[in-house]
Design a protein around this ligand. Structure first.
Ligand code: NAI
Ligand code: 15L
Length: 268
């Protein structure tokens, strides 16, 4: 049976707010969780991913979880460790203990951020390309994918790890022309990830059907995802403003874009 009650962690964030608007149309009843209170949502659970008792209660009785909570950009290692690495472990443990069958994990392009982007007629990046995190942030997503694999192999808890490109209302950079996932396509992909049968642990790239796509959406489409959007209508304006990507510029050379060249955030 299709999952109905879904815990949405990180519900106060940018993507969480977009999905709170879009997923109910697919028939889901969302239970919301975030460390930040959510305006106009009195029933939302305000809890930190470090609070194991709160997580256990939050996952009790849900059919599935969409796990968006965590630090969404590079940060000092200690913070990433707590929120993204230990926090994701805590959530998986709560899900295992309460018998939740499936998690959709918000992984990121930054788990493979050092992968050179395809140029000219190069093939699209496959989903089984070696992971090459570009930051501690990307490393935490790589960890999350391995954690998901472990919980599938050992406990039969299913996960779809979605390596999200850039999910925002509109693309705002030339790189995003390749990476963009429209919010409506994001909801389509999460719905497919919640409803496809026998996913085990499946890794997919999360983006729209962009003309300038860098990666291969085959595994996402195999879940039943049919993207409807393309960033191309934004291309002319963004390229006029920012110029084409320069293959000689290291910040333009890899999937992770400027994450690859941004100075590290101290203290390590
Ligand atoms: P965001 O930073 O807007 O939202 C993250 C939410 O998680 C925030 O509301 C924050 O309060 C909450 N949070 C952080 N630490 C927490 C903790 N310890 N306990 C409970 N809640 C906590 O980020 P955004 O853009 O909404 O992204 C959501 C997820 O998707 C993140 O995991 C991010 O890494 C991932 N992602 C997003 C992409 C995007 O394009 N928006 C691209 C790739 C991945
Ligand atoms: C991410 O992983 C971030 O969470 C998001 O804020 C964007 O920076 C996105 O990647 C991106 O690469 O554009």
């Amino acid at each position: 049976p299709a999952p109905r009650t879904v815990l949405l962690t990180g519900a106060a964030g940018g993507l969480g707010t977009l999905m709170r608007g879009l997923l109910p149309e697919y028939g889901y009843a969302l239970r919301l969780l975030d460390v930040r209170p959510i305006e106009d949502e009195p029933e939302a659970i305000t809890a930190d991913l470090s609070d194991r008792a709160a997580l256990r209660e939050a996952v009790r009785g849900v059919d599935a979880i969409i796990h968006l909570a965590g630090i969404s950009l590079e940060a000092p290692f200690e913070k990433i460790l707590r929120a993204n690495i230990e926090g994701t472990y805590n959530l998986y443990e709560a899900a295992r203990e309460e018998g939740v069958g499936r998690i959709v994990f918000a992984s990121s392009n930054h788990a493979v951020g050092y992968t050179p982007r395809p140029q000219d007629d190069d093939p699209l990046i496959p989903v089984d390309t070696p992971r090459r995190p570009d930051t501690f942030y990307g490393l935490s997503k790589s960890f999350g994918e391995d954690l998901a694999q472990l919980y599938w192999d050992r406990h039969g808890l299913e996960t779809v790890s979605v390596r999200i490109g850039s999910c925002f209302p509109e693309p705002t950079s030339v790189r995003m022309l390749s990476m963009w996932m429209s919010p409506a396509d994001g909801a389509r992909l999460f719905h497919a990830a919640l409803t496809a049968e026998h996913v085990g642990h499946t890794v997919v790239y999360g983006s729209s059907a962009n003309t300038r796509l860098w990666w291969d959406l085959t595994s996402a489409r195999a879940l039943g995802y049919e993207p409807q959007d393309d960033s191309e209508p934004y291309a002319e304006k963004l390229i006029a403003e920012q110029g084409e990507l320069d293959p000689g510029n290291p910040a333009h050379a890899c999937l992770g874009g400027h994450f690859v060249t941004d100075p590290p955030i101290w203290p390590y």
